[in-house]
Ligand binder design. Structure first.
Ligand code: NAD
Length: 453
């Protein structure tokens, strides 16, 4: 089947109205949940082969997120889909005003490689819950993972409803020619632009979940031990290959040395070594080489070891880094953590605000004034005060970027709305129509119209 045929088949399926039925949606979400639980071992083995990710990390960062979204939608879908009743304005009385939540139609989800299950399946689950048909194009870089998802979905679901198209740039480029009703893309800002341009040809709405350099700011009012423990966990989870990982640290000069000592102790305690089952590999040789080229050996104060055969790069702390260094020019997306310092907190905030709006920002400080300045002065997708990354586990909050880190959001209710259209309908009574709006427009009518409007 060509992509155009697949797209047309999904359009026809969508128009058959089946996907709008709430019992249909629920049954398919539960079917997917059952399959995911049954295939958990195969999914773990695939991702382990792709980049050495442990079953523990796969569960906490991938599968549990998808299962949580499914459970949320199964429980809340009816409420989310229910028409909203609002007051009717005076001019439109007698009548009823309703906001209907309807699915968009046939949607395309394009996934990134770093959390391949979560980033592909969470948007697809939201699309299904909202009543759409969906084509999923996961990242091709983790090949086994892509294969396991392709098999799981394509052998168990009607391709006219949900279907996985495996492949890379060529396949995505061809898919982007279809006039989708929505494209949900997760990946780099560079490819995000390509997707946005392709979507514009069809006036197709997009959600872009992109990346960027997310700072962690540590002030003298922070609990340094807590900051070091949480930053270490968040930075070296998935070997730093996390879109919301702290990309670099800005620490207040007077506590810099104490913070560095805490960081060193924390990294050593966690025992991240080559072959450790709790430490993920770098996804491929290209990224391995890119990361080594960003590592200025003279600035390394901990780590720096690597093993190409295992695609292992040790958690590496760097100091003496300036904003002009290569490592500060691009999203690091690996286990290298530059620690820069500041002496003036407001200037540090301005420095962050001067760059592109990050996907996440983190502040470690127990000072309420500093916390408020952080919230007021920097725009970012989402973040934490006194923690990193975990804000996205609360699906009562939207997850998404702003500016160069993306547009739109998902998770929980926000994912449902991302794949829905709000259709406003006024249902007017056929009696009691005032003569007011009809010509001739007399002076007295104008007077009354002014009162009503
Ligand atoms: P990527 O942009 O290279 O690839 C993403 C997807 O786009 C893949 O499915 C790929 O096949 C496809 N693609 C790549 N080149 C393309 C092209 N020229 N035309 C059409 N499609 C193309 O990103 P990646 O390397 O998979 O992921 C890393 C990036 O994603 C980082 O910048 C990271 O911050 C970001 N990211 C963001 C989030 C988020 O939720 N905001 C989550 C994970 C990753």
């Amino acid at each position: 089947m060509t992509y155009k045929d697949l797209f047309s088949a999904q359009q026809a399926y969508f128009r058959s109205q089946q996907t709008k039925d709430l019992d249909f949606r629920k049954a398919n979400l539960l079917k997917l949940k059952k399959l995911l639980i049954e295939k958990e071992q195969a999914m773990n083995e695939a991702i382990e082969k792709d980049f050495g990710k442990s079953a523990f990390e796969t569960y906490i960062t991938e599968l549990s997120a998808v299962l949580q979204e499914i459970d949320y939608y199964v429980k809340n879908m009816r409420t989310l889909a229910r028409p909203g009743k609002v007051w009717t304005n005076l001019l439109n009385l007698p009548g009823k005003s309703r906001i209907y939540t309807e699915p968009l139609g046939v949607v395309l989800v394009i996934g990134a490689w770093n959390y391949p299950y979560q980033l592909s399946l969470c948007p697809m689950v939201a699309a299904m819950a909202a009543g759409n048909c969906c084509i999923l194009k996961p990242s091709e870089l983790p090949a086994h993972t892509m294969q396991v998802m392709t098999q799981l979905i394509n052998t168990n679901f009607d391709p006219a409803y949900i279907h996985v198209v495996p492949g890379g740039v060529e396949e995505t480029t061809a898919l982007l020619e279809c006039p989708f009703d929505k494209i949900f893309f997760t990946g780099s800002t560079k490819v995000g632009r390509i997707v946005y341009e392709a979507a514009a040809k069809h006036l197709c709405p997009v959600t872009l979940e992109l990346g960027g350099k997310s700072p962690a700011i540590v002030t003298a009012d922070a609990n340094l031990e807590v900051a070091a423990r949480r930053i270490t966990w968040g930075k070296f989870l998935n070997a730093g290959q996390t879109c919301v990982a702290p990309d670099y640290v800005l620490v207040e000069e007077k506590v810099k040395q104490a913070f560095i000592e805490q960081m060193k102790a924390q990294v050593q305690k966690n025992d991240y070594h080559a072959g450790a089952s709790h430490y993920t590999q770098i996804i491929n040789e290209r990224n391995f080489n890119r990361l080594l080229s960003l590592m200025d050996r003279d600035k390394v104060i901990l780590g720096g070891d690597s093993d190409k055969s295992k695609r292992f790069i040790a958690p590496t702390l760097l100091t003496g880094v300036s904003t002009g260094d290569a490592i500060m020019q691009e999203e690091i997306f690996g286990p290298l953590l530059p620690i820069l310092s500041f002496s003036d907190y407001r200037q540090a905030l301005e420095q962050v605000a001067d760059g592109e709006k990050p996907l996440s920002a983190y502040l470690f400080s127990n000072n309420q004034k500093e916390q408020q300045l952080f919230l007021d002065h920097i725009s970012f997708g989402g973040g934490c005060i006194n923690d990193v990354i975990v804000h996205l586990t609360n699906n009562r909050m939207p997850f998404g970027g702003v500016g160069h880190s993306g547009m739109g959001s998902y998770h929980g209710k926000f994912g449902f709305d991302t794949f829905s259209h709000k259709k406003s309908v006024l249902n007017k009574a056929t009696w009691g129509e005032p003569d007011l709006k009809f010509p001739p427009y007399t002076a007295s009518k104008i007077k009354w119209v002014r009162k009503f409007l």
